[in-house]
Design a protein. Structure first.
Length: 275
């Protein structure tokens, strides 16, 4: 009698999406190419043609994130290479009935290399539960631009009150030494937390961005001129510029964020950002 019961229990268990990606780049004869690459599960990558860098568009073929999903990504820009990572579209964290979805990304940038981490926004739906972490290692002579945009609900669709759990961690290390450590922990009524003046003042879209490299101090006044009153930029170290931006919705967030990212990267954003 035990076997039918086990089969019935497995049939009622919601499927889980698992994905993994590993990518590294190298420089040969002055041009960047792929060194190592591997994907598995629901993680796929497209590589648009580009002469000045390797551009990788990461895709989640499961269509979104929900409880129990697990995604891991590891990317490394080798010495003197240029790697750009982005996503095909906005990621979605849907209502969860079985724990949290977990997304972990680890990046490293070698001497003389440039890495741009430019995912499109994450949309948190009502009831979503997500644990996410980004760990970045840079060395002397490296340059990195990192951004993590998040939108809580779709205001145009009437999704104005969002509850759930969003735990986010960003860590940046320079030659093994932590120089930036950011935590976001929103649980329960996320909208009520965002309404508080000391947190978001009613804004529902936010972005955290970092620039590490030799242009940090020169970029500070330029970035500040591009930001609205709900944004700010600080030079926390001679080679580290931090940016935080709040907006009422995803449209306004992009309107302010895109010019900032174009100045940080000194190039136009990947085509997937303009679809």
């Amino acid at each position: 009698m035990g076997q039918p019961h086990l089969a019935s229990r497995e049939a009622n268990t919601a499927p889980r999406s698992i994905g993994a990606m590993t990518l590294s780049t190298k420089c040969r004869d002055g041009r960047t190419g792929i060194d190592r690459f591997r994907t598995s599960g629901a993680s796929k990558v497209a590589f648009p043609r580009r002469k000045d860098a390797v551009e990788a568009i990461v895709l989640n073929t499961s269509g979104g994130l929900t409880g129990g999903d697990r995604f891991e990504a590891s990317a490394s820009a080798g010495p003197d290479s240029h790697l750009i990572l982005t996503t095909q579209a906005a990621e979605r964290a849907y209502r969860s009935t079985s724990g949290a979805a977990c997304v972990s990304t680890r990046l490293s940038v070698a001497m003389g290399a440039v890495l741009h981490w430019l995912p499109q926004e994450l949309i948190m739906f009502d009831g979503g539960c997500l644990n996410r972490r980004l760990d970045v290692d840079v060395t002397d002579g490296a340059e990195a631009v990192l951004v993590e945009p998040v939108v809580f609900g779709r205001r145009a669709m009437g999704e104005t009150r969002i509850s759930g759990s969003f735990r986010d961690r960003i860590t940046l290390r320079h030659d093994g030494r932590p120089i930036y450590w950011d935590r976001i922990n929103l649980t329960g009524s996320i909208s009520a937390s965002l309404d508080r003046p000391a947190i978001a003042g009613g804004m529902t879209a936010l972005a955290s961005a970092l620039y590490f490299g030799p242009r940090a101090e020169a970029l500070l006044p330029i970035v500040r001129q591009l930001l609205p009153k709900t944004g700010g930029a600080s030079l926390v170290a001679p080679d580290l510029l931090t940016i935080r931006l709040l907006a009422a919705d995803s449209y306004l967030l992009r309107q302010w964020l895109v010019p900032v990212l174009e100045r940080l990267t000194e190039t136009t954003l990947p085509k997937s950002w303009r679809f």
